[in-house]
Design a protein around this ligand. Structure first.
Ligand SMILES: [Cu+2]
Length: 178
């Protein structure tokens, strides 16, 4: 029995010689690269994913541009609302002045000769605007009126509200005619 095992089956007696002949361990990374290169469906999947990612990026970019445009328009509105003082110095023939309790806005006005003051009363009580003896009508709360400055020469004048106590409460300003 024991004499038959050695000579008849040489492969079974030498298990170490069989292992180096089999390239099994180095073959494991091969299937991964082989499927990527040989399988066309994987490449198409990558292409579709890239295309979708590109579309998604464009949507985000458009959305960001919209938000930016909205932010610019909002900031532009704020700056125009606060630019009342700048419009008075532009030499326009009509200058707007707002009256509140108890002040003129703006309180320093620069106008061209012959300008007309457009006056509105945003306060709660009646006001007027008086410049060097010329005065607008008494303007009720929420109302508006105007004062033609055509009769005034170039110079700097005090403007004030003629309602008793209002000028003393601070309802004065300066009007410069160029
Ligand atoms: Cu007043």
């Amino acid at each position: 029995m024991t004499t038959i095992e050695g000579p008849t089956i040489p492969g079974a007696d030498e298990p170490d010689s069989g292992r180096p002949d089999q390239p099994v361990p180095p073959a494991t990374p091969v299937p991964a690269s082989a499927t990527n290169a040989g399988n066309g469906s994987n490449f198409e999947t990558l292409a579709v994913c890239g295309f979708i990612f590109g579309l998604f990026s464009i949507v985000i970019a458009v959305f960001a541009l919209g938000m930016a445009a909205r932010a610019v328009s909002e900031s532009g509105g704020d700056s125009s609302a606060g630019g009342d003082g700048a419009t008075a110095a532009s030499g326009e023939q009509t200058t707007e002045i707002v009256m509140i309790d108890f002040a003129f806005e703006p309180s320093e006005v620069l106008v061209a000769a012959g300008s007309v003051l457009e006056i509105s009363n945003d306060g709660a009580v009646v006001h007027n605007l008086s410049v060097d003896g010329m005065a607008s009508d008494m303007i009720d709360a929420g109302g508006s009126g105007e004062l033609d400055l055509a009769g005034l020469e170039a110079g700097t004048y005090e403007m004030r509200c003629d309602v008793p106590g209002h000028a003393e409460a601070g309802m004065t300003g300066s009007l410069t005619i160029e």
